[in-house]
Design a protein around this ligand. Structure first.
Ligand code: GUN
Ligand code: FE
Length: 452
């Protein structure tokens, strides 16, 4: 039965798609790159069409392939957007970022904890005001799409108003975004505190209103263990169990002072990660930012529970937090993704984030090929979020979120990319020299959301 269904399915998809292609489709001619697996573990993990065609039908990918093969599918006289000389890749996925910290990016402080005290908490206070929150959310989303990011896992503030404002702006742009209200009931200023009970009640109200409304998805968001009581973590874990298809996001093992603080607050836990494990917070669709100071037992637990890591290199270098260990994470086969962590991170650009990730890997004695960096910023994010098939690549039926990259965006990048001898070299040049200027256009569900 299952076997027969599998054999029949592709034909059925093809017939319905072909029928509707007559009216509402768009076609884009460019070089096309996307991934079907992690290139670190599979030599045939990517699809590269040097002269490619991407056909989009009603906001979804109809097909991606060679122009020579696919152009015959188009009706006579069909218009094709000509992006020859440019590169189409899936929209970037930033798996950890704080929209309320947009206005305090690049604020100087000697490390995480003083930075939170001096800049982060006072800045987040302003998000009780829905007008302010809406303005910042709008700028933030424009900045993400300008950089080619079409999906992000986003922290709002402790105020439900900040979540309303964010989803409202995201929905206007029809972006697939994941966001949630920060839970924080201790060790922070009064003006940012909820309670174990109010935090979970407000989160549940937001889940009911926003989770799976259009392209919006909800993430239960305890800030990190030091700012939640055991009672709050307990309730957050219960909420995650009651709504298993929601997301859960938090910070872990970012900084050695933070790790020591957690040890003093939770003396019975085996490790920092074990605190979250104890409260049932390791599960599919859970996203852990940083993961620098983990041990192998933590990594094994993450792998067993399909919990994902969000690697935040610009933030980790900026705050002096430490170097992410790619080798140990890969040995345990933990799902990996890349993130900016703005405002701890110093750029909204996932290309700049790749650049820094490459150097972090080198400092740890590992080598991160450009193909893998592009995987981590696209399908790696989608897989970590259990959204493969929906976003992250160009399989038929996926939502048509994509970016048009211009390898001639700056004089230096043009000069360097003309002298590359392989796809790997071209991608490497784009990752190391590229930024928002490299993004010629961004499309969300088939509609343009940014044009340079
Ligand atoms: N840990 C707890 N809160 C934060 C935050 O806002 N940014 C970063 N980078 N780490 C945190
Ligand atoms: Fe963060």
């Amino acid at each position: 039965m299952a076997r027969a269904a599998r054999l029949r399915a592709p034909n059925r998809i093809k017939e319905t798609k072909m029928a509707s292609l007559q009216n509402n489709f768009q076609a884009y001619r460019a070089s096309i790159l996307h991934f079907t697996d992690d290139p670190a573990f599979n030599d045939r993990a990517y699809r590269w069409h040097e002269d490619g065609l991407l056909i989009v039908n009603e906001g979804k990918v109809h097909m991606a392939g060679d122009y020579a093969t696919l152009s015959g599918l188009l009706p006579q006289g069909a218009q094709v957007h000509d992006y020859r000389g440019k590169l189409i890749v899936p929209g970037f996925i930033d798996t950890h970022v704080h929209y309320p910290q947009t206005d305090m990016i690049a604020s100087p402080a000697p490390g995480l904890l003083p930075w939170l005290e001096k800049y982060t908490f006072p800045t987040e206070r302003q998000f009780k005001d829905p007008v302010h929150a809406g303005r910042v959310a709008s700028f933030f989303l424009d900045e993400l799409t300008r950089c080619g990011t079409t999906t992000a896992m986003v922290y709002c503030t402790v105020h439900p108003e900040s979540v309303e404002a964010f989803f409202t702006e995201s929905e206007k742009r029809n972006l697939r975004m994941v966001a949630g209200k920060v839970l924080m009931d201790r060790n922070c200023p009064d003006f940012l505190q909820d309670t174990a009970e109010s935090g979970v009640r407000e989160s549940e109200e937001l889940i009911k209103k926003w989770h799976k409304r259009g392209r919006q998805l909800y993430a239960i968001t305890p800030r990190f263990a030091p700012t939640s009581t055991e009672a709050q973590l307990e309730l957050a874990g219960q909420l995650a169990k009651a709504y298993p298809d929601t997301y859960l996001q938090t910070h872990v093992a970012e900084n050695t002072d933070e790790v020591a603080w957690v040890k003093s607050l939770f003396p019975n836990a085996r490790s920092y990660m074990d605190v979250y494990d104890h409260f049932g917070m390791l599960r599919p669709r859970s996203m852990y930012a940083h993961c620098i100071w983990l041990d192998d037992a933590d990594r094994t637990r993450m792998s067993e529970t399909q919990s994902a890591i969000s690697i935040c290199p610009t933030s980790n270098l900026f705050l002096g937090s430490g170097l992410f260990n790619f080798e140990r994470a890969d040995a345990a086969q933990v799902p990996l993704s890349l993130a900016t962590d703005v405002g701890g991170g110093t750029s909204f650009s996932m290309l700049q984030t790749m650049n820094e990730a490459y150097k972090v890997a080198r400092m740890g004695g590992t080598y991160l090929p450009a193909l893998r960096m592009f995987y981590l910023a696209t399908l790696g994010g989608a897989r970590s979020m259990q959204l493969e098939g929906t976003i992250g690549n160009f399989v038929p039926g996926a939502e048509a979120d994509f970016v048009v990259l211009d390898p001639k965006a700056t004089p230096l990048l043009a000069r360097r990319s003309e002298r590359t001898d392989s796809l790997e070299e071209l991608l490497f040049a784009i990752a190391l020299l590229g930024d928002d200027r490299t993004v010629a256009a961004t499309y969300a569900a088939g509609a343009p959301v940014h044009q340079r």
